[in-house]
Design a protein around this ligand. Structure first.
Ligand SMILES: C[S@@+](CC[C@H](N)C(=O)[O-])C[C@H]1O[C@@H](n2cnc3c(N)ncnc32)[C@H](O)[C@@H]1O
Length: 355
């Protein structure tokens, strides 16, 4: 069904098209429909409950739109570097200054497809589209060096990209980005282990066709700080969804969780996904003897690694384990459902016997 990587980009463009065509649309992307094409519509129609996963894409679009405009207007950002841009059309549809440099990167086939569709459309700023494989670390460092050499202050955007990478790959990207001093900000959407789990349960039909989500750190601060990125702002999509009336299918569950739970558990429900704005800190967290980076937060990580005296690589392996999916969980969930149904049947029979 989703046969190529372009389909994943078409798929998100299709959700932007659906939102844009609503009478109460919270943003308008006039190019999304033609970029998504008929193919995206067919794919979404055939995948059960696929439309239900549009809320996150719609909300992150709005939040990232606002934050880009804010960074350009108030933080002297003169260059936006959009990694894995897909069929994003912000350089065409946002009121950006004509002096802004916008560099977008995706796989060559995606960039070629986009260029073949957006032929005569007016771009607001200076747009450069680069087709390259971002998993080629030498090529991406060459690109970053080129951008760093021409910019004053860069905002990196990675939207709908990190979620599908392993923690190792995100860590390597974070390190590479920090190596270039003009890369001042980095905006990305993030998911928590809780939402990853809900998505594995409710989003299964979609997961069969699209890459499964992988990157879901429990503590974003603990994950990004050691690579020199501090959190400047976090916008929870649950809060934005309530404000803008675009809520996920399990919104009631999230809301009930927030009412019933207290303290950090309540925050975990509210912060289960969102848009993170990271700011470069002058130094990554210091490296301890033996190459272990000291985490300024994330006590659990710190204690385990100090205790075991592991190498740097194993920290990243541990993070993989930290974000990974435990097959015991669905087994226990199934057991709980069977027990509840069994108990309901027994209680029902007893009540009928009494009656
Ligand atoms: C889910 S789409 C998101 C696209 C866009 N950022 C958006 O939000 O609509 C993921 C994008 O990552 C791109 N991508 C995946 N692996 C890549 C790689 N190794 N190098 C460059 N782009 C990649 C895909 O081509 C696709 O456009």
């Amino acid at each position: 069904m989703i046969a190529s990587v372009i389909d994943t980009a078409r798929w998100t463009a299709y959700y932007r098209a659906l939102e844009s065509e609503r009478s109460d649309a919270i943003f308008r992307d006039p190019y999304a429909r033609k970029l998504a094409g008929k193919r995206a519509e067919d794919v979404v129609r055939r995948i059960p409950r696929a439309r239900a996963s549009s809320w996150g894409i719609v909300l992150r679009t709005v939040v990232i739109d606002q934050k880009i405009l804010d960074a350009v207007q108030t933080q002297q950002v003169d260059t936006v570097l959009n990694l894995a841009c897909g069929l994003d059309t912000r350089p065409f549809r946002l009121p950006l200054p004509s002096t802004l440099a916008w560099i977008e990167v995706d796989l060559p086939e995606v960039i070629a497809y986009k260029g073949s569709i957006l032929t005569n459309d007016r771009v607001a700023c200076r747009l450069e589209s680069i087709g390259m494989d971002l998993s080629d670390s030498d090529a991406r460092r060459r690109l970053f060096a080129h951008v760093d050499g021409t910019a004053h202050r860069v905002l990196v955007v990675s939207e709908g990209f990190l979620l599908y990478l392993s923690a190792n790959t995100v860590a390597a990207l974070a390190r590479d980005l920090h190596a270039f001093p003009r890369f001042s900000y980095w905006m990305t959407d993030v998911t928590s282990p809780l939402l990853l789990r809900l998505d594995q349960v409710f989003g299964r039909p979609v997961q069969r066709w699209v890459s499964p989500m992988r990157f879901a750190p429990r503590d974003n601060r603990a994950f990004f700080e050691p690579y020199g990125w501090t959190i400047r702002d976090f916008r929870p999509l649950a809060v934005e969804g309530e404000r803008l009336h675009r809520e996920p299918p399990f919104a009631r569950l999230l809301r009930a969780g927030r009412i019933v739970l207290r303290g950090k558990w309540r925050d975990a429900f509210r912060d289960s996904s969102g848009v993170l704005l990271l700011e470069r800190s002058s130094q990554p967290a210091p490296v301890l003897p033996g190459g272990i980076r000291r985490h300024t937060t994330g006590t659990l990580l710190k204690l385990r690694h100090r205790h075991r005296g592991e190498s740097k690589e194993s920290i990243e392996e541990y993070r993989m384990e930290y974000t990974g999916w435990n097959p015991l969980v669905p087994a226990l969930e199934l057991l709980a459902v069977i027990l509840v149904i069994g108990a309901a049947i027994v209680i029902g029979r007893r009540l009928r016997q009494r009656g």
